[in-house]
Design a protein around this ligand. Structure first.
Ligand SMILES: [Zn+2]
Length: 140
């Protein structure tokens, strides 16, 4: 069974461990609505967009820097600069994407999810889905 916030409940729980609301007050629901699943998928998309932007942006900068090295440094040093800048840029952009990108992406995704959740709650309050009651069909 799920609490009204869609947190799975332990058998016989009287309050939700996530939101703290009493099950007797808000009732139970049988399944997570499609809108909530779409919200979570959208959150993951937002997070991925930030991480990928940093990774591919860093790689693009590395390619530009490596090309500049090849153009402006003559001879074998130019080729060496190209290789070093390109490989170094790859690792730096991967490192930044996995550290800064993860943190920023999480915050950006969570902020969007919070906004979507508030909108969903307002819509649900306006046209509530009938909860299944206080455990009547919980054993079905
Ligand atoms: Zn809850």
């Amino acid at each position: 069974m799920l609490a009204n916030c869609y947190n799975p409940l332990v058998e016989g729980a009287s309050t939700c461990s996530h939101c703290g609301l009493a099950v007797a007050e808000v009732g139970l629901v049988e399944r997570v609505p499609r809108d909530v699943l779409v919200m979570i998928k959208t959150k993951h998309g937002r997070e991925a967009r930030i991480v990928r932007s940093i990774a591919y942006g860093g790689l693009l900068l590395a390619m530009i820097g490596a090309s500049a090295g090849l153009i402006f440094i003559s001879g074998n040093w130019g080729i060496a600069a190209f290789i070093v800048i390109l490989i170094g840029g790859y690792f730096v952009s991967a490192l930044l994407a996995n550290s800064l990108g993860d943190a920023w992406g999480y915050r950006y995704g969570q902020k969007g999810l919070d906004e979507d959740w508030q909108t969903f709650l307002a819509q649900r309050a306006a046209e509530p889905v009938e909860p299944i009651g206080h455990g009547e069909r919980a054993n079905a």
